[in-house]
Design a protein around this ligand. Sequence first.
Ligand code: FAD
Length: 598
Amino acid sequence: MPTYTPPLRDMQFVMHELLHVADEFKAMPRHAETDVDTINAVLEEGGRFASEVIAPLNAVGDMQGCTLDRATHEVKTPDGFRQAYEKYVEGGWPALAADPEFGGQGLPIVVNQAFYEMLNAANQAWTMYPGLTHGAYECLRAHGTEQQKQQFLPKLTTGEWTGTMCLTEPHCGTDLGLLRTKAQPQADGTYRITGNKIFISAGEHDFVPNIVHLVLARLPDAPPGSKGISLFLVPKFLVNEDGSLGARNGIHCGGLEHKMGIHGNATCQMVLEDAVGTLVGQPNKGLQAMFVMMNAARLGVGMQSLGLTDVAYQNALAYAKDRIQARSLSGAKAKDKPADPILVHPDVRKMLLTAKAYAEGGRALTMYCALLLDREHHHPDEKVRKDSAELVALLTPIVKAFLTDNGHIATHACLQVFGGHGYIKEWGMEQFARDARINMIYEGTNTIQSLDLLGRKVLANNGATLKKFGRMIAQLVEEEGVNEKMAEFINPLAYLGDQMTKFTTEIGFKAFQNADEVGAAAVDYLRVAGHLVFGYFWARMAQVALREIAAGNTDPFYKAKLQTARFYFARLFPETASLMRTARTGVKVLMDTDEALA
Ligand SMILES: Cc1cc2nc3c(=O)[nH]c(=O)nc-3n(C[C@H](O)[C@H](O)[C@H](O)COP(=O)(O)OP(=O)(O)OC[C@H]3O[C@@H](n4cnc5c(N)ncnc54)[C@H](O)[C@@H]3O)c2cc1C
């Protein structure tokens, strides 16, 4: 059975030594009182909750899955899931980063993000129930009417009710412009909604008495395509004026999907039959409103894979120290044993270091994004708020796709460390690999993320936001360009920064001739951009480690950080060269293939 130890030391390193978040918070009136001790205390407690309450349910959830009572349409979650959720609510965890106006504790997103990394590592399937609720909360807070906010936000804040996002239909996933669910306006200002949604995570379950569905549907006079989509709030039970639960609404779970992983999370087919809903935001502007939830969810999906990367790494490392097989090529290392631990073999180390580098790089990037969100929401300077919003928009598809691709690579590498035992259920490694797979698909497949990055976030504004990130790299290069000890990190980073500008311009030119060039290059482009961003954070982490070592700090943590940075730049970062090469082969080799694909 796998174990999980919250990576508190590394989280503290990123927060306090790399990003200095507590200093940043001093500039934000809402968070000015959030100091290092408060953050560390919350993380410690949150880590205990994740590892002691949630992690032990991970294998149970995978084995049991969820069951649907077809007569009542109620869903039973795996043993222990509901009780764990009750503890989560009792502990006040849902309210951590929510607005005090609605009963939240108002802590920074950075803290909540770190907590969510640990929950995901412990049990992704369980964590999706509260995770989606938080997204629904954000969406209603941004676009809900006063009445919707007063009626629903306090309950979502405390976790008394949970939320979902209902977008997908059998014939439309990526292309939501095709959706058919209909909303009929009523004389009382409500809408009657009818249609079929599929793949709805946490669509029905036994955690709470009410579920708040955010549903995309079409008004009768809506223009075709994505410009004719509106967003509606459709609760499982209608809510009376005094806040008590009213009649059962016309939305129910018609079936559960049987799937590759995350068995503990109920993936529901939702049937809407004249369900009563209220409009969220403006008519036909539902996608824009839903994007608040989708952006939160995209960062959240990156966090899912980050958690799985870390927990897989922890277990593979422990196994590699314990498992003895064969002798080291350079001579026996454990002479008292009949063979050496597999940790002595270079390729086993490569697999472990790959997962470690992706986990720690991902942690730095996602915490930075969370800090950007805190700045965006609470910094007093409007320019800082605007710049932060632009930067987080640029980084969101990278977090979603790069971290989930890395999670796929890392969980499989860690499974491989176990040899045949990795393929056997009881070790838990195959569950990590299966659970991680969905993260590359939902919330917009990774291909769609790459099109978003290259098409909308980079080419559409002539690379302006990317250049802002480029300036952060240039500043680091300027700071450290003459420091010989940093050369092994700074030189490749500076080189890729230059290359990236040329690479982007080239694709931009080609796209003028043929728009398919964007689709042909986008996936490789996102991976190169992912390494550019990781390279920046790894160089900065190496910088901190080198400074500590130079100052006489003998904590092995810093040596370990430096070694991992070296591994990252030597073994993972160089794939950018082959990615740019393949992207440059362009569209012809893909599209002139009608006979090959006949
Ligand atoms: C377990 C699970 C949970 C989910 N949870 C939810 C949920 O809570 N709420 C919800 O609404 N949905 C949910 N989904 C749906 C999920 O978001 C969609 O499956 C996903 O967006 C892809 O849509 P699709 O499956 O229809 O694939 P399609 O859109 O049919 O795509 C098929 C393939 O074509 C590619 N493709 C499509 N369009 C393009 C394009 N323009 N350019 C290049 N390639 C393209 C895709 O990348 C993909 O590889 C969930 C799905 C699963 C499996």
